[in-house]
Design a protein around this ligand. Sequence first.
Ligand code: SF4
Ligand code: SF4
Length: 383
Amino acid sequence: MRKPTFSLRAPLDGEIIDIPAPDRLSLYVCGYGIQVQRGQRLAAGSVLALHPRDLGGKVHAPVSGVVDKADFAYITMTSSTAPAPLPAAALPEDAEGLRQALQDLGVRMDRFVRQQNILVINGLNPEPTVSVAEQLLRDARSTIFRGLEAVCKLVSPNRCLLVAGDQGQSLPGCATVAVKPVYPNSLAERAILAATGKERPEGVAAVSVMKLWTIGRILETGRPVTDTVFTLAGKNYRALLGTPLSQILEFAGLTARPGDRLILGGPMRGYTVYDVEHGLEKGAYAVTLVSKDAFPPMVGAPCINCGECVLHCPARIRPDLIGRYAEYGLFDKCLAAGLASCMDCGQCSYWCTARRPLLHSLRFARKELAEAANPWPMNAAAR
Ligand code: SF4
Ligand code: SF4
């Protein structure tokens, strides 16, 4: 089989296109602590749900309106003009206050809890066919720079290094490290390796330009994270979180036919949604529509020990073995076999000759281990 190049070069097709706010939003909050009830009228910016982990970001109402449903998986809202949106927050100047404010406004802060020697800014497009990083670096430099100033305040790095492709990108105050724009070089672990020459070094934090843009937007507006920029079929769009994927496809002039796969995220790391009314999620940098004929479906077939997944694993672990341990609930063995080194790149699933869902199994094991280490009680108030 000819090896695909997995190029991260994606030509930029025009400006970022704004998708109009929908009448009804659907926010996926599985695992979150639900803070609202059906029938409640809310102002845009109100807290809807708490992240299960201490340093995770909260979920906020992208619009004013009424809660139609709030169960363990989804909060749906019908938008209205009242009540008026919550006022913009005043952001503190000091690092600790800023950290807390950003978390309250929806940013996951666990990467920025302590001082670091080097801050690596990952400026590569995250996956093949996705072009958000390059688009933001071209069109939203001042917002990204505001985000960078805030992150520098939190981690006080001695040096900032921008890891980018060979297109000559730059950011003020950052030295640029050019890497070949080929997946999986865009993974945070690989960007750190390119910048420092070391695997998992101490004193290094990494942040993507998408996250810097999100933080910059908060600083510019004083309002929580309620939208995202993502790539769909070669163009970049901005839409409110919770916008149903059906409306996004319609706006883009695309149709999901029976058997097609609609992926939230890119082709290597995203996950397939089973309902086109599923809403856009925080951090989603792509919506990918894959024709039913493009790839054979994943199946639960037995491993044939061909070794392809091992040959292509950038973490140099045994996805075949860890996947089998995960299937049998042997999560401690997953850890012992190196699950913690997995970069979540999806190459094992892509290359698996037997079409085994290896990435899914590894994610399942990680989630079970995280849940066992730090249980999050289901919110009794959820309806
Ligand atoms: S997702 Fe698969 S190929 Fe990628 S690092 Fe993890 S085990 Fe290796
Ligand atoms: S690629 Fe698939 S079939 Fe081959 S060794 Fe890995 S898990 Fe087994």
